[in-house]
Ligand binder design. Structure first.
Ligand SMILES: CC(C)(COP(=O)(O)OP(=O)(O)OC[C@H]1O[C@@H](n2cnc3c(N)ncnc32)[C@H](O)[C@@H]1OP(=O)(O)O)[C@@H](O)C(=O)NCCC(=O)NCCS
Length: 213
C-alpha cells in the first residue's frame, strides 16, 4: 500500500495536493470513468462496461496485481495497472467478460486490427513470453496500463504514477519491469523513455520497453 503525498507543482493552488494510493473496490466507478476517458475510441472501451469493469476489478482484487490511483483534490485523476509478467490466470478469468463484450458490441469486429489482435491473443496464450522478455532479470513486473483524465494530461500525473509503480515493484521484490506500447502513442513513449525505460523489442505495431530495478 502506497501513500505518497507529493508537493503541489508550482503555479497550482496551495490547497491542491496529490496523493498516490492503492485502489479499493469502492473506487471502481470513478476508475471506470477515468479509464473510459483516457482510452476513448480504443477497442477495449468499445467492448462496453461489463468487460471494462471486470478488467479493472481484476487488478484491484488480485493481491499479486497492482492498481495505484492518483488523487488530486479528492478526485481520481489517474491510475496505473500492473501484474507479474507470467500472470496468465487473470487473462483467462477475463475471457468470459471479453466474449460477452464481443457478442453485445459486434461493431468492434469492424475495427481495423481486431481479428489480428484476437488471433494474436489466442496464440500467445499457449506460448511463453518472447526471448527478450524472458531474458529480463527475474522476477519481472509488467506495467499493463496507465491513464490520466483528459484535463489533467501534461501536468505530471503520469510521471508520478510511473515513479510510484517503480517504487512498489521494487518494494515487492521485483528485479525488472516491462511494458508494451503502440508506436504511434508518442506521449506514452515520451513518458516511459523520460522515466528511464529502454526499448527491448519492436514487434511491428508495438514497442516493448523494460527497466531493471
Ligand atoms: C500517457 C499518459 C498516461 C501520460 O500522462 P500525463 O499525466 O499526461 O503525463 P505527464 O504529464 O507526466 O507527462 C509525461 C511526458 O509526456 C509529455 N506529454 C504529456 N502530454 C503531452 C502532449 N499532449 N503532447 C506532447 N507531450 C506530452 C510530457 O511533456 C512529459 O514529457 P517530458 O517530461 O519529456 O516533458 C496520458 O497521456 C494518457 O492517459 N493517455 C491516454 C492513455 C494511454 O495512451 N496510456 C498509455 C498506454 S497504456
Amino acid at each position: 500500500m502506497i501513500e505518497d503525498e507529493s508537493p503541489t507543482p508550482e503555479g497550482e493552488s496551495a490547497s491542491a495536493s496529490q496523493l498516490i494510493r492503492s485502489a479499493a473496490t469502492s473506487d471502481l466507478p470513478e476508475l471506470l470513468t477515468v479509464h473510459r476517458e483516457a482510452f476513448t475510441g480504443t477497442r477495449g472501451v468499445s467492448l462496453g462496461n461489463v468487460y471494462l469493469r471486470s478488467f479493472l476489478r481484476s487488478f484491484v482484487v488480485d493481491p499479486t496485481a497492482l492498481c495505484l490511483l492518483a488523487i488530486r483534490d479528492r478526485a481520481l485523476v489517474g491510475y496505473v495497472l500492473g501484474e507479474p509478467v507470467d500472470n496468465r490466470r487473470r487473462s483467462l478469468r477475463l475471457a468470459p467478460a471479453a466474449l460477452f463484450g464481443f457478442v453485445t458490441h459486434p461493431k468492434v469486429w469492424w475495427r481495423p486490427g481486431t481479428g489480428r489482435a484476437v488471433v494474436g491473443r489466442v496464440r500467445s496464450a499457449g506460448k511463453g513470453p518472447e526471448p527478450e522478455i524472458s531474458a529480463l532479470p527475474s522476477p519481472a513486473f509488467a506495467l499493463v496500463g496507465i491513464g490520466t483524465s483528459r484535463r489533467e494530461q501534461g501536468h505530471g500525473v503520469g510521471r508520478a504514477l510511473v515513479d510510484a509503480f517503480e517504487r512498489e515493484a521494487m518494494t515487492r521484490g521485483y528485479r525488472s519491469m516491462q511494458l508494451s506500447v503502440y508506436k504511434e502513442n508518442e506521449v506514452a513513449v515520451r513518458l516511459y523513455e523520460g522515466s528511464g525505460w529502454h526499448s527491448i523489442l519492436d514487434s511491428g505495431d508495438a514497442l516493448y520497453y523494460a527497466k531493471p530495478l
